[in-house]
Ligand binder design. Structure first.
Ligand SMILES: Cc1cc2nc3c(=O)[nH]c(=O)nc-3n(C[C@H](O)[C@H](O)[C@H](O)COP(=O)(O)OP(=O)(O)OC[C@H]3O[C@@H](n4cnc5c(N)ncnc54)[C@H](O)[C@@H]3O)c2cc1C
Length: 393
């Protein structure tokens, strides 16, 4: 008999999203479950933004939501309506507190703070080694990031960002409108834009984001943030309430899904959308599918991603990595020439052919045709130039 029915290695977004759904199922909620994480998950280490129609699984945790988004570049500004979607934000700390608050009353669920040193699954047993101790389980759901990236040819880019929650002395923000992308910022160090999520007339999360091959020294994000807040937002007197830094790998690499009774979940299963970095909603949909499959068939399974979406992601990353077109021009085309709901459906892997066409039509033909031919016929060298610092292996 294994020590536990299920062991979840990683108590982040994917581990907790899956666990909460398992505990909501009458046929699964009494399973003996171990949750392991190297952190206590008691800090606001990230905020998740995403869009969805109607209410989501963690609706009660939504901290702020917007139905109007702004897009800016040096030539134009566009006010966009998200309907039928709503753009939402959940704070990491609210999510962790909610999930841990729920499981602490359950005798069959144990949280063990500790470092997972290795995972193994063979014909005899499935186990995790946690702080030197072997713990067996019927099934392990693993969301720890891989130690090294998959060694397959793929486009790779990093989305790296630093954000501050600032409080201004005077009311300057409209809490009804969030800025999804503001390209009124230097582009020499890779595609770079700002993101402004207002919480009230005086408070907002302001984030400086890059898509490039390498992260930057901390002072460069700080300089960019300071300049943007004073020159573009026109705010002189403010205090920094919170800070966030993050790196999201954007890659078309193929991620391992399962090894015997070890099942990968979250970013470790490749659920981050390669061309955008958005992950939260994919994790929610995946958790639903895994639990459905556990209930119906007793084994985990996920919905396969249609090859069409892989191709679109490869084409978009090809264009960005090889700089066939600057990120600024690419996103300006997408946000100013398509209806936002079509674009959101497309980025969600849910668009119908008419919406795909609306998005494709908005993009400059030459660079995308070259990238598409390269991806379809394997002619990656068709790219005309490669920017320094970008990696394509
Ligand atoms: C700062 C930040 C902001 C983000 N914002 C957004 C957003 O707005 N929208 C969006 O869609 N996506 C966003 N993402 C991307 C993605 O949604 C998150 O990374 C999400 O948390 C991924 O969930 P996960 O469970 O796969 O990984 P995580 O949430 O990172 O969970 C993995 C867990 O494994 C634990 N762990 C790792 N190694 C070990 C070990 N050896 N032993 C024990 N425990 C271990 C970690 O402590 C962690 O708790 C963001 C990412 C970051 C980093």
């Amino acid at each position: 008999m294994p020590d536990y029915d299920f062991c979840l290695t990683g108590a982040g977004c994917a581990g907790l999203s899956l666990l909460m759904r398992i505990l909501a199922q009458p046929s699964l909620r009494h399973k003996k479950i171990l949750l392991v994480d190297g952190h206590l998950k008691n800090t606001n280490d990230r905020t998740w933004c995403f869009w969805e129609k109607g209410e989501g699984y963690f609706e009660q945790l939504v901290y702020r939501q917007w139905s109007k988004l702004l897009f800016h570049d040096n030539e134009q500004s566009r006010r966009l309506t998200t309907d039928p979607y709503t753009y939402k934000m959940i704070r990491g700390i609210d999510f962790y507190n909610y999930c841990f608050g729920f499981i602490k009353y359950l005798d069959n669920v144990c949280f063990r703070p500790g470092i997972v040193e290795s995972l193994e699954s063979n014909a005899r047993s499935t186990y995790a080694v946690v702080d030197g101790r072997k713990i067996t389980a019927g099934l392990i759901f693993n969301s720890m990031p891989p130690r090294k990236p998959a060694d397959t040819p793929a486009w790779r880019l990093l989305q790296h960002f630093k954000g501050w929650v600032i409080r201004s002395l005077r009311p300057v923000f409209d809490p009804g409108e969030a800025t999804i992308m503001d390209f009124r910022t230097p582009q020499q160090r890779g595609t770079s834009f700002f993101y402004v999520m207002p919480f009230s007339p005086t408070e907002a999360l302001v984030e400086c984001t890059f898509f490039s091959g390498d992260i930057l020294p901390d002072r460069e994000y700080t300089t960019m943030l300071t300049q943007y807040i004073s020159r573009i937002l026109g705010i002189r007197d403010y205090v920094i309430m919170e800070k966030e830094f993050g790196v999201i790998p954007m890659t078309t690499a193929v991620f391992p899904q399962q090894h015997n009774h070890i099942y990968q979940i979250g970013s470790a299963a490749g659920l981050t959308k390669p061309s955008s970095g958005y992950t939260f909603n994919y994790i929610q949909q995946d958790s639903d599918a895994i639990v459905d499959s556990l209930v119906q068939r007793g084994v985990p399974a996920r919905q396969p991603v249609d090859r069409k979406w892989h191709l679109y992601d490869r084409i978009l990353l090809n264009v960005l990595v090889t700089q066939k077109l600057s990120g600024q021009r690419l996103f300006s085309s997408l946000f100013t020439k398509t209806d936002l709901p079509d674009l959101l459906a497309f980025l969600d892997n849910k668009s119908i052919p008419a919406q795909d066409w609306a998005v494709i039509r908005s993009l400059p033909k030459g660079p995308f045709l070259r990238a598409a031919l390269g991806e379809i016929f394997g002619l990656r060298r068709i790219s005309t130039r490669k920017a320094p610092g970008f990696k394509a292996t």
